[in-house]
Write a protein that binds this ligand. Sequence first.
Ligand SMILES: [Zn+2]
Length: 383
Amino acid sequence: MTKKLYYEDCHLAAFTGRVISCEQGEKGYEIILDATAFYPEGGGQACDLGTLGGVAVLDVQEQGEEVVHLCAGPLEQGALVEGVIDYDRRFHLMQQHTGEHIVSGIIHRRYGYHNVGFHMGANFIEIDFDGVIPAGDLPAIEQEANEALWKNLPVHCWYPSEEELPNVFYRTKKALPWPVRIVQVPGYDSCACCGVHVKHTGEVGMVKLFSVVGLRGGSRIEMACGAKALELLNRAYEQNRLVSQAFSAKVFETGTAAKRMNEALAAEKFRVTGLQRRLFTITADSYVNRGDVLHFEEGLEPALVRELADAIAAVCSGRAAVFSGTDETGYSYCLAAREGDLRSFGKEMNAALNGRGGGKPNFLQGSVKATRKAITEFFTFDR
Ligand SMILES: [Zn+2]
């Protein structure tokens, strides 16, 4: 049975252990020590990484009473080796995990919901709950979680006796057989858990709840703790600083500035569309009774290409073809006619000009990957 040093001292980063066995497996060397500070993957928490006797530890798993270290190289049986865990990684995991306990405990007390899923991404931790948490409640939950940190409460982990266990309250998804490891944050959480946690809540540093969304009748909270929370807030703040510079707005007034800018853009777009339509009328007037028309216009969205083709087709007494775009990006087009069927002509054009699109017999829309010269030559050819 491996002595689990990580349960005795969660801050133990270096230790000495004797090699009990070393066996070559498919993915590396499976090494068992008499004692280890390497936490094996379990309870939703990732395993520790680091080195054993200078050899890289790739994975750590629990097998019965033993902790098996998957290593990149072999170690001599019976040898005393020094183990060094990647403590920054471990501390990060303990900060996120302990913070998750506090938030889950608060939510369980407030709403009676259970933590039913957990995922640690590169940025956020996601926790799923089996009930709806109103987004408006998030600031109060976050405040309460941070108060638990400011009180710097001891995180108490222990195994109650078989007689004691029925009288201990703890969060769990299902009834657990004795022995059960209990992790308590006094006044905030009591939970059955085999993970590693910080010793005092102050070490979590900070709890930041970023969002809550509905998910299959429950809720998913995105959060981060400690150094990770600070990093994410700094990144968001840096983006906000750039927005504030771009808008010449104070850093805490960028939202108002962005809203004003959007309103100004919408008004400008409305004005430009009005001018565009007046220009379309003038353009169409120049094609009255001109028969088939090929027209290029710069910088039109597909909807406006369609409007212009419609305006020309109404007066030209023939077929109207309008193209907008550049030789580099290609052109969007609209073919329109008051009578007749344009579809076979459209197919022929798409084939010749590397195009796609379709529509109704007298109204076709699409795009071509061709130059203005190639388009003009196609339409000049008498057909
Ligand atoms: Zn835990």
